[in-house]
Design a protein around this ligand. Structure first.
Ligand code: GLP
Length: 241
């Protein structure tokens, strides 16, 4: 694991965007795994800036998002479909057919999950996966549990995640209780992983991610087993390591 501590959130966002752009320069057909949440917003803004400045071209890039709430339609303002369009896809030249986000509204979610992994495999696997982290150590929506799933699956969100994510909804009751997420295997098979964390609220989770024992009770700890992970932190997120 390589850990880089940046001065602040803006620096972190710039470095993350440069890593993505650099990877696309090396391989214009990059299969890019994307994350939602507040943390990558700055990276997306910087990628849009780079695109507009002619510094990065998404023509042949394919993306796979980590997760989506079950039962939220793509045009729901809190769906991850909506988030990705708003924060990235509407502003760059990616081909719509190259964008992949799990369909949380599918009438056959088991099939949707199976198909999602198949699509990743057919695309040649994920070259670079961007991750955020939940305060409880979740990555994607792989919540702390006795057992973790390898493949894309339907998951019950933990009480902590529902509480933390309720800040985006009008009320606690509106937060979906389930989500579709890439599994730990899907994530761990990515060639490279870049995990982003910003702010004090993530400091304890980061300590456990980079130096805690491996446990399914803290899914991000398993990243220590991956051979190419870079953790980008601002000073606050790094304050306990
Ligand atoms: C969400 C997402 C994760 C994300 C995490 C942290 O629940 N499913 O992929 O990494 O929460 O979000 P934030 O960056 O807003 O702290």
């Amino acid at each position: 694991m390589i850990v880089k501590i940046l001065e602040n959130y803006m620096e972190l966002s710039k470095i993350a965007a440069s890593m993505v752009a650099g990877e696309i320069k090396r391989n214009d057909k990059l299969v890019l795994g994307l994350a939602t949440g507040s943390t990558p917003e700055g990276m997306y803004a910087e990628l849009i800036r780079k695109f507009k400045a002619g510094e990065v071209d998404f023509t042949d890039v394919t993306t796979f998002n980590l997760d989506e709430y079950a039962s939220l339609a793509p045009d729901h303002p809190q769906s991850y479909h909506f988030f990705m369009n708003k924060h990235l896809f509407d502003h760059i030249n990616i081909k719509p057919e190259n964008i992949n986000i799990p369909d949380g509204c599918s009438s056959d979610l088991d099939h949707e999950c199976y198909e999602y992994d198949l699509r990743i495999e057919e695309a040649g696997g994920i070259g670079l996966q961007i991750l955020g982290i939940g305060t409880n150590g979740h990555i994607g929506f792989n919540e702390p549990a006795e057992m973790l799933c390898v493949h894309t699956h339907l998951v019950d969100l933990s009480d902590e995640t529902i509480k933390v994510n309720s800040r985006f909804f009008e009320s606690f009751d509106q937060v979906p209780r389930k989500a579709v997420t890439m599994g730990m295997g899907t994530i761990m098979h990515a060639e490279k992983i870049v995990l982003l964390a910003s702010g004090k609220s993530k400091a304890a989770a980061i300590r456990q991610t980079v130096s805690g024992g491996l446990t399914t009770a803290f899914p991000a700890s398993l990243l220590q087993l991956h051979k190419n992970v870079t953790v980008l932190l601002d000073r606050e997120a790094a304050s306990l390591i």
